[in-house]
Design a protein around this ligand. Structure first.
Ligand SMILES: [Zn+2]
Length: 342
């Protein structure tokens, strides 16, 4: 069973108002940065709306008490991941497109009568992964939705969605929560003494992204990457070997950490101020390396990294990341002033 996140109070108020007046919109678009818990919210809303005896707070109670009963048939089916009235649509492979066949499947699902006479709920995530044909097909469903169908679209890039799809959904925004709320929540979630400030800086202040850094051992992978980046321009290690090691760390994450590292080097080289550095645990390395590099070289590196990031993250490309990572490693070796003189 999914629990309520403390920074979702406002969004719950919006949903509950519609629910209690029996006027839930057929399509809701959950928008906001990655790591704010949009998917978590959609899942929890589905659990509550499908539950036969949901526990809803009265007017004076805090909304964090809202939850499904946990005992009914519907709650049981959700807990085993097999509810006949709940459908999740996502790319078959991470980072790829949602295809028209998946939306056709979904339309068929929506034409069935709900098994438990409440709702049929569809969660599409990330909605911007739908290709044009898929989005057009969904549009028809949004224009004439079956009466008990609820469609939740989750998007951190709503402007990448077709305008006609966007305009048929009611938008629920997930904005950055108050920092004290997030600090307290993270403190309760993390067992050891973690540097919460650093975790939030590395995650663009998004609480679930900060938590994932620790839980998915990304913090360790990031350290491995930054250690190699700190050495590469100085010790000129074999870039092919380094790229091989990087490719084991997940290419897309490698690129976003590398971009953050390059931005730190640019910020420090321009200002000579350490408090602008995001990767605070590596600030000595940034200071040292900055002496060896030129701003011109760093900006060229940043452009190259952005291009590689676009290629790797692109939903339509089938490029193997290893070769791209190798070219980046070679460019890092070339980057030091010393190697420029050779
Ligand atoms: Zn229940």
């Amino acid at each position: 069973m999914t629990t309520t996140l403390p920074w979702h109070q406002h969004q719950w108020t919006q949903i509950l108002q519609h629910y209690q007046q029996d006027r839930l919109p057929h399509a809701l678009l959950f928008c906001g940065p990655v790591g704010m818990g949009k998917r978590h919210f959609a899942q929890q809303a589905a659990e509550i709306l499908l539950c036969h005896h949901p526990i809803l707070p009265s007017e004076n109670e805090i909304l964090s008490q809202i939850r499904p009963c946990g005992h009914c048939k519907s709650c049981h089916l959700i807990s085993v991941g097999n509810h006949p009235d709940l459908k999740q649509i996502e790319p078959v492979e991470t980072g790829k497109q949602i295809k028209i066949e998946q939306i056709r499947d979904l339309i068929e699902f929506c034409n069935l009568t709900p098994t438990y006479e409440s709702y049929q709920i569809v969660i599409i995530t990330p909605a911007e992964a739908m290709n044009r044909n898929a989005a057009n097909s969904l549009l028809k469903l949004l224009e004439e939705p079956p009466s008990k169908t609820l469609i939740f679209l989750i998007s951190h890039q709503p402007m990448a969605l077709m305008a006609t799809v966007r305009s048929r959904c009611q938008r629920i925004n997930f904005t950055y929560p108050e920092s004290s709320l997030v600090h307290n929540w993270l403190q309760n979630q993390l067992p050891n003494q973690q540097n919460i400030e650093l975790l939030l800086n590395l995650s663009a202040q998004a609480p679930l992204a900060a938590l994932a850094l620790v839980k998915e051992e990304d913090l360790i992978k990031r350290q491995t990457l930054l250690n190699s980046l700190a050495k590469l321009p100085i010790q000129q290690e074999n870039p092919v070997k380094i790229a091989e090691m990087w490719s084991k760390l997940e290419a897309e994450k490698v690129l976003s950490w590398m971009l953050s590292w390059t931005m730190d080097l640019i910020r420090y080289t321009m200002t000579q101020q350490t408090h602008y550095i995001v990767n605070q645990d590596f600030k000595e390395s940034v200071q040292q390396l900055s002496k060896q590099l030129t701003l011109e070289g760093l900006f060229a590196m940043l452009d190259l990294e952005k291009e590689v990031h676009r290629l790797i993250a692109g939903t339509t490309t089938h490029i193997k990341p290893q070769g791209l990572l190798e070219s980046l490693a070679i460019e890092w070796v070339k980057l030091s002033k010393k190697s420029r003189r050779v």
